[in-house]
Design a protein around this ligand. Structure first.
Ligand code: PMP
Length: 330
């Protein structure tokens, strides 16, 4: 028998599952890393633990101190859980456009929640700048700074990438995911390239983000918009610096939602939209790499976090997205 020594050790070592529909669609083997299986139900538990342990190792957080962070929600949820397990407090700053479920979850976990209006990064009221200010004004507080703190991507170099490599027995042709902070794509990309330079790393960028144009043509430029939460970056964060991106795809919300709906109806996986966009990207990458190729991607978080949005008929209709048959009579 096997036991786990403490609750923080539950973070990571997630399963890697073969996705049947996407594999058939691409004539390839497409695997999803089940990050919804982390205790906070998202990939961001890894970054949260990495950032907290890094602050401890540097001696920048004192016992009973406070972690402050600006987040689309999932990093806050991960931080709140890790902080609770280690005796710290959390103050989480979040744009009020994020899902209601994430706000309720953060409050339920004991985080102090500060909601701010959505604003461009250049505006001092942006959630990231607000969180830095609160950290500076709060005694014994540390700003987690997930966008520019490379303890974030390090968690993916030493964790996620190593796990994917071992789970695929070193037989992997490509990896893709979208970027929020960029910690996942950069960290997994760097980790896999260190094992085998030939692994193709592809960015799957939602509409409204600027990275597709940056990697394709060297210019940060965006077009359109996306309702996907947690992804869509407009600048090169410290985590993205030096990310080994070989190719890039631009994925629409409609294409991502098609996979969200199919994975639920056909394979029993309830996921968020960033996962759908990642799977759509994985299908494109596998087609690009050719028949029989082996591609991995990230299933970032649970769909239970989006019952009032992605799984709600009125919301889907308002956003012009397809309503699945089983929600049409709500
Ligand atoms: N999907 C979701 C749902 C997220 O919350 C995040 C984190 N912002 C991501 C994807 C992207 O991960 P990363 O920050 O590592 O780029």
């Amino acid at each position: 028998m096997h036991t786990t020594p403490n609750t923080l050790a539950l973070i990571g070592n997630t399963p890697l599952v073969l996705l049947k529909g996407p594999s058939e669609a691409a004539g390839a083997e497409i695997y999803g890393k089940c990050e919804f299986a982390n205790p906070g139900a998202s990939v961001k538990d890894r970054a949260a633990l990495g950032i907290v342990e890094d602050a401890e190792a540097r001696g920048s957080i004192a016992p009973g101190g406070t972690f402050v962070e600006g987040t689309a929600g999932n990093t806050g949820i991960g931080l709140a859980l890790v902080a609770n397990a280690k005796g710290y407090k959390t103050i989480i700053v979040m744009p009020e456009t994020q899902s209601r479920e994430k706000m309720d979850t953060l409050r339920a976990l004991g985080a102090e929640l500060v909601l701010v209006p959505a604003a461009p990064y250049s505006n001092p009221a942006h959630f990231v700048h607000t969180s830095r200010r609160i950290a500076e004004e709060t005694p014994n507080a540390v700003w987690a700074n997930q966008f520019d703190n490379i303890a974030n991507r390090k968690a993916h170099i030493t964790g996620t990438a190593e796990e994917i490599w071992a789970q695929m027995d070193g037989r992997i042709d490509g990896f893709t995911c979208a970027a929020g902070t960029g910690g996942t794509i950069a960290g997994v990309g760097m980790g896999l390239k260190a094992k085998d330079e030939a692994v193709c790393i592809a960015l799957s960028d939602p509409h409204g983000a600027a990275l597709y144009e940056y990697y394709a043509h060297g210019e940060l430029k965006s077009e359109g918009s996306s309702v996907a939460e947690g992804i869509g970056q407009g600048r090169i964060t410290a985590n993205l610096e030096g990310a080994p991106i070989d190719t890039q795809f631009r994925i629409s919300d409609a294409e991502g939602m098609e996979w969200v709906t199919r994975l639920l109806a056909e394979e029993g996986l309830c996921l968020g939209l960033s996962s759908g966009i990642n799977v759509a990207g994985a299908v494109r990458l596998a087609r690009h790499l050719g028949p029989g190729s082996r591609v991995a991607t990230i299933l970032c978080d649970t769909g239970f976090r989006y019952l009032s949005t992605l799984y709600n008929r009125a919301w889907l209709e308002a956003k012009g997205l397809v309503v699945p048959p089983w929600l049409q009579h709500d």
